[in-house]
Design a protein around this ligand. Sequence first.
Ligand code: NAP
Length: 285
Amino acid sequence: MIETQLLSGTAVASTVKEEVAERVSVLNGRGKSVGLATVLVGEDPASEVYVRNKRRTAEKLGIASIHHQLAADTPQSEVDDLIVRLNQDPAVDGILVQLPLPDGLDGERAVNLIDPAKDADGLHPTNLGKLILGQPGLTPCTPTGVMRILDHYGIGVSGKHAVVIGRSFLVGRPLAMLLNQKGTDATVTMAHSRTPDLAALSRTADIVVAAVGVAKLVGPDFVKPGATVIDVGINRTEDGLVGDADFEALQGIAGAITPVPKGVGPMTVAMLMSNTASAAEAAIT
Ligand code: NAP
């Protein structure tokens, strides 16, 4: 019987946040304050919770939280102007535009306007391009958080076969890039809604990453005994928050698994703070 190891994102996120607090204190000692600007447009309850959590975490780590709340009917030109102002503001090291924007506003345009050096989410085309080219840059928070969990728990990636289910620009695609970059060296298969016989493909993986948005999609038929399962999914169901993996059913089958909640989610926020610190460090070097 396999004893399935719990990969606690909460624990790894605590370590990352301690590191960030230390980096912020070093920056302060050099006369540099660190600021994260958050832009929330409209009143989507989930977005409000996410932004509040990010602001609270920033403040706990000594990062100034500079918040801009705009009405849902704000014209695109005002959103654009705000981002341009934040780009020019020396008190702002990182900028986060909470997506999705309300109907009628163009989130992609907003992200593209962010100065890539202040792109705390790591989603600007320049930073995604650098990721593909293997150049240093700010990398997307959730995929970077997944890599950090694997590293923290000593789960070797080199030479392993990773199946990443989901190909969004937010998670699946950049994570595939991080897993197969030179020096990390996983062999990666990207799967999606048109992949035939997904369960059989997934069973060939040493590492299965589920970034799909379908509750409990990844069950015992998807997982080779001993494989690592990283569950990125967040699905609101009648039973509360559940992931894309069937956490209970995979006990005794997976070698290790992240829970939902308290898995990848906390890492996303921690890596946002880390990116903000990196942007501030780059601003004074
Ligand atoms: P997304 O943009 O909707 O992408 C979902 C991907 O899953 C797509 O590539 C889609 O394929 C694929 N897919 C959908 N149904 C499938 C199926 N039945 N079988 C195989 N593939 C399927 O979602 P996302 O933004 O990447 O987010 C994915 C999940 O992660 C969501 O639950 C989201 O809430 C969660 N999330 C969590 C965090 C965190 O911090 N933990 C951060 C971001 C997202 P096609 O490309 O063919 O449509």
